[in-house]
Design a protein around this ligand. Structure first.
Ligand code: GTP
Ligand code: ZN
Length: 380
């Protein structure tokens, strides 16, 4: 867990504000859809406004304009007659691989003016960025501007935000029913990372061929009642693969889960041939040829991309501070406003509404224990 910086204090203020809104159980799912989550995007350290205009903010940008307005604004005009809209598949040093609308790939440098704005984050261009670029020839070009980002997976390094991948629609959290056994606590960790990043989580439990799916009923019931989409699948037997393929169609999806749960097998079942490409990427990364923490978008044959990169396969809760964790648990969140102490940690305090909810059987005990472990900073 990171030390509290200015940004985190800011997030805590936002978090408390959210906490004071009485959220009924039924509203929880709604609050977490992307549009609404965007309002909470004060957590993003940088906001680049698009449509040809790039706005640099030195401090965290708040939707309410409480701070961050001191940054200078610079407008970059993009000639959309001569430029193409593209998607950054990956960044390798100073060169970005950009996918054009016709799926051809250009090696692009970044316009100098954009680069001069790269002071508050390590990369002005990140994997997953929607950009406008000026092609020169059939395979090269210059990135002229970067569109606003959403669904950003990042980590903090030397108090700077390092974007791993931007504009992710969904995170598929892959677990396995057996070999290795299901780790619900790990699923909870991924879930709160997704909530924090404004990325829709989908839970996928693979290897259901190894046990009676009835054994998973309780856990599926808990997540289902919280509004999370749950898939029970078997890459080996082809169970649930069609539905999972539909969930990926047209979306940019990050796959995460511990080693051996069958991520590669699932990708291969969804789209034969994709696995080869995924492995090719992994091997390059293993050799240390490219950075392991920036991601690569792999185009799906139909529409959408998958992002399956060693560095984010088992990503951590990089910069979530313990006090934020309860608010990221959809089921705990409605109670935190009713505790006796406003700074209640829901662990040892008296008159804690969260603990009361557990005692009354309203809140799942396992989920509460998972919260306590994450709050304490224990590993999964
Ligand atoms: N019984 C069964 N075995 C499976 C299934 N899916 C994958 N496996 C096996 O599980 C093992 C791990 O599968 P992978 O696809 O390599 O797992 P991974 O999550 O990509 O692993 P890492 O690359 O280490 O992250 C392999 O031996 C697969 O054959 C399944 O649905 N049922
Ligand atoms: Zn409490």
């Amino acid at each position: 867990m990171a030390k509290k910086g200015k940004g985190q204090q800011k997030r805590r203020v936002e978090f408390r504000k959210n906490r004071t809104q009485k959220v009924r159980q039924g509203d929880i799912t709604k609050r977490f859809n992307r549009d609404e989550f965007d309002v909470d995007k004060s957590v993003q350290h940088e906001r680049i406004s698009g449509k040809g205009e790039l706005t640099r903010k030195r401090t965290i940008v708040s939707q309410e304009g409480e701070d961050g307005d001191s940054g200078e604004n610079l407008s970059i005009h993009v000639d959309k007659e001569t430029c193409l809209a593209g998607r950054v598949l990956r960044v390798q040093g100073l060169i970005s691989e950009v996918e054009a609308p016709d799926k051809s790939v250009y090696q692009c440098a970044t316009r100098r003016l954009l680069k001069t704005m790269s002071t508050d984050s390590r990369h002005v261009v990140a994997a997953g960025d929607h950009v406008w670029f000026r092609p020169s020839g059939d395979t090269e070009g210059i990135i002229e501007s970067v569109e606003p980002r959403y669904g950003v997976l990042s980590r903090t390094s030397r108090s700077r935000q390092h974007i791993i991948v931007a504009n992710v629609d969904q995170l598929i959290i892959v677990g396995s029913a057996a070999e290795p056994g299901l780790k619900p606590n790990l699923i909870d960790r991924y879930l709160i990372t997704a909530e924090y990043s404004g990325i829709r989580p989908i839970i996928c439990i693979n290897k259901v061929d190894l046990l009676d799916p009835a054994q998973l009923q309780t856990i599926v019931g808990v997540y289902g009642s919280l509004g999370y989409e749950v898939h029970l699948v078997s890459a080996k037997e082809g169970i649930g693969i069609d539905r999972l393929r539909k969930a990926l169609h047209g979306k940019d999806t990050v796959l995460s889960g511990q080693s051996g749960v069958g991520k590669s097998s699932l990708l291969n079942a969804i789209e034969p041939g994709l696995n080869l490409r995924v492995n090719a990427v992994s091997r390059e990364n293993d050799k240390g040829k490219h950075t392991t923490t920036t991601a690569t978008l792999i185009p799906l044959a139909t529409a959408g991309h998958v992002i399956d990169t060693p560095g984010i396969r088992q990503f951590q809760l990089w910069d979530i501070i313990p006090e934020e964790v309860a608010g990221l648990f959809r089921d705990i969140r409605p109670f935190i406003n009713h505790c006796r102490f406003p700074n209640c940690t829901h662990t040892h305090e008296t008159d804690c509404a969260v603990k009361d909810a557990v005692a009354d059987g309203i809140l799942d005990t396992r989920r509460y224990e998972s919260y306590c472990q994450i709050f304490a900073g224990d590993s999964a």
